[in-house]
Design a protein around this ligand. Structure first.
Ligand code: PLP
Length: 388
């Protein structure tokens, strides 16, 4: 079976061959436990982990001790949100987040709500951006945390992180950001942007699945965090469990390569993406979801009038692998909570397609994607017209 062209890079990306090559020795020869300090097997594994930790820290202008390895961004988000809630609840029980966050932020918040915390879900404007005045006004004396993602996984919209960081810093409220879609794709600086906690993952940047990290600020201010997994005391006791050197080394290599190629890739993907939108925008009743410029270069999300969302994805499926909404909720027929939050009517929210371009997306692939999409939209509309 010929598999369709992969255009779902916000769900996951393939491991880059160069990343795999860096990982392989750590499965076999360098298999030691990085916590074994009494022999060379441990030292070798620890050296690989140390190097990766430095690469990841440098990528966001943090120091290596501030990087806590986790199983991915879901765990990092859970650790950040529940860990702060548990450590600071005597100071306040109010948390602010945004309606368009990933479920890995919204669900821990909802869980805290069930324990008695008060959560404010900020709305977004039509373009997917939050209103900074609204954020300012939402901060109260009992607010302990603000959590706003860098780049949205469905519509690619990039929030004004530096401005949000400045507001939180002025009001002395901790600021967490989910940067799963942003690491090694757009510039991130935890100092310049006043970020206190940042969730990362490897598998959206051509690294392996099952590895990520939480950046936890150690000074100005020193963030206190209640561990959510207790055990052997790894990662300064914040996240116990034997470290996984192949995955960690792969994560480091993926970030290193991502940074090296970031600007050229951003420009290349943006050109392909813009070419696709150029074509789609000439069709009647096709809408761009999210801010036209302030978005990830590899993201295009459209809503199509007059077609059924499921039929649209099914029509595209033989040629291109895309999804509607987020991968996690694509099993359900509920319209995406992100597109709905933009104020789109239900029918438009349901008939949305996310194109996720990446490092391995070619110009020819985009041509095929454009052709298949245009043809599918036309034939679905024609069929609808016949039915009527
Ligand atoms: C993919 C993603 C996650 C989940 O990351 P995992 O590493 O798969 O747990 C969280 N937030 C955003 C914005 C994502 O895109």
């Amino acid at each position: 079976m010929q598999k369709p062209i992969y255009l779902d890079c916000h769900s996951t990306t393939p491991v880059d061959q160069r990343v795999l090559d860096a990982m392989l020795p750590y499965f076999t020869e360098a298999f030691g436990n990085p916590s074994s300090t009494s022999h060379a097997y441990g030292w070798e594994a620890e050296a690989g982990v140390k190097q990766a930790r430095e690469i990841i820290a440098n990528a966001i202008n943090a120091s290596p001790e501030e990087i806590i390895f986790t199983s991915g961004a879901t765990e990092a988000n859970n650790l950040a949100i529940k860990g702060v809630a548990e450590a600071y609840f005597s100071q306040g029980q109010h948390i602010i987040t945004v309606a368009t966050e990933h479920r890995a932020v919204l669900d821990p918040c909802q869980y805290l709500e069930s324990l008695g915390f008060d959560i404010t879900y900020l709305p977004v404007k039509e373009d997917g951006l939050i209103d900074l005045e609204e954020l300012k006004n939402a901060i109260r004396p009992d607010t302990i945390l603000v959590s706003v993602m860098v780049a949205n996984n469905e519509i690619g919209v990039i929030q004004p992180i530096a401005e949000i960081g400045r507001i939180c810093h002025e009001k002395e409220v901790l600021f967490h950001t989910d940067a799963a879609q942003a690491i090694a794709k757009i510039p991130l600086d935890v100092q310049g942007m006043n970020i206190d906690l940042m969730s990362l993952t490897a598998h959206k940047v051509y690294g392996p699945k099952g590895i990520g990290a939480l950046y936890v600020r150690r000074r100005n201010p020193r963030v206190r965090l209640a561990s959510q997994i207790q055990g052997g005391g790894q990662e300064r006791g914040i996240r116990s469990g034997t470290l996984y050197p192949p995955q960690i080394v792969g994560f480091g290599k993926a970030v290193e390569l991502g940074l090296e190629e970031r600007d050229t890739e951003a420009e290349r993907q943006k050109q392909l993406r813009d070419r696709a939108w150029q074509e789609f925008s000439q069709l009647e009743g096709v809408h761009l979801n999210g801010h036209p410029e302030q978005r990830l270069p590899g993201n295009l999300n459209i809503s199509v009038e007059g077609v059924d969302g499921t039929a649209l994805i099914l029509g595209l499926q033989p040629v291109i692998a895309v999804s509607s909404g987020s991968a996690c909720s694509s099993q359900s027929t509920e319209p995406s909570h992100v597109i709905t939050a933009l104020g789109r009517p239900k029918a438009l929210a349901q008939a949305s397609v996310r194109f996720g371009l990446g490092r391995f997306t070619t110009s020819e692939a985009i041509d095929q994607a454009i052709e298949q999409t245009v043809t599918t939209i036309h034939s679905l509309r024609k069929a609808n017209a016949v039915q009527v």
